[in-house]
Design a binder for this molecule. Structure first.
Ligand code: AG3
Length: 283
């Protein structure tokens, strides 16, 4: 007998992974949470039936959402992670000795609990003394904060269900206010490929462009996300994502990465023509 997990990527296409067994299934007040074991991708975390990460390819997403802004901003001390209950983003941030404080605001405490138990490779850094976990709605947490953070990373789900508020104009405006004058916000920006994802991505982009003086989009190849082609947003009050890259300084730190490097950094902001056109439509 074969067991397969399937996520519909659009009306006409589905993505399936053969699984050995289901390790966990539960429901929180916010969503359904599942963990599977597979040969091809290792352990898999899904929320409401959508793949959030697999052990095999999570390094791509977490390196790209973290090291791109960290290689630009010269002095990140205080970081806010919104969402990110699996801990992958926090893990990458804790590799920087100069970071003094990481606030992580996750709406769903059960996600953290489940990841601590079943996904120790991503959730292994929550006990770092610089990390503060707060179980609250990210939208509420940032409203009223002012000039506090050097970096905000929005590590959200898709804009349906509990993650919806993290794609609103109000939220991006509050993030901009919560950043110091040279702060950077990076967000997971959905995929440009299938229609529904593309519409979400354009809507998010329009709102970020309206909220920040500098706003650029970069890409990565993430095999287990819809279409495998994923975007990230880089929004900033001061730094340009490519012109202000501090390649030499970042390389001097000697962090070992498997996807990110400073040559790829500049290349990631060079987008396919059709994606440029989608972005231009809303700028
Ligand atoms: N957050 C973005 C996942 C989006 C995937 N969408 C989908 N499978 N339809 C990932 C969280 C990792 N820290």
């Amino acid at each position: 007998m074969e067991l397969w997990f399937t996520e519909p990527h659009c009306e006409g296409a589905k993505f399936s992974i053969k699984v050995e067994r289901q390790l966990y299934s539960g429901r929180s007040e916010f969503q359904r949470i599942d963990v599977f074991e597979s040969r091809e991708f290792g352990r898999i975390l899904t929320l409401d039936g959508l793949v959030m990460l697999t052990e095999r390819d999570e390094f791509i997403y977490h390196e790209m959402i973290t090291h791109v802004p960290m290689a630009v901003h010269p002095n990140v001390k205080k970081v806010l992670v919104i969402g990110g209950g699996d801990g992958g983003t926090v893990r990458e941030l804790t590799r920087y000795p100069a970071v003094e404080r990481i606030d992580m605001v996750e709406i769903d405490e059960l996600v953290v609990e489940v990841c601590r138990k079943y996904l120790p490779r991503t959730a292994g850094c929550f006990d770092d003394p610089r990390v503060r976990l707060c179980f609250e709605d990210g939208l509420k947490f940032v409203s009223g904060k002012s000039e506090e953070y050097d970096l905000i990373i929005v590590d959200s789900t898709d804009p349906v269900g509990p993650g919806e508020g993290l794609f609103t104009r109000e939220f991006y405006g509050n993030c901009c206010k919560a950043l110091r004058e040279d702060g950077i916000m990076v967000n997971q920006h959905e995929s440009p490929y299938y229609d529904e994802d593309r519409r979400n991505m354009q809507r998010a982009h329009r709102r970020i462009v309206e909220s920040f003086p500098i706003s650029r989009v970069y890409q990565a190849h993430i095999p287990t996300y819809p279409s495998g082609h994923w975007l990230f947003g880089f929004a900033s009050r001061k730094y340009h994502p490519v012109k202000d890259l501090r390649a030499e300084e970042w390389n001097r730190m000697g962090l070992k990465t498997r996807y990110y490097n400073t040559r790829l950094h500049a290349g990631a902001f060079a987008l396919p023509t059709y994606v440029e056109e989608y972005l231009r439509e809303v700028e």
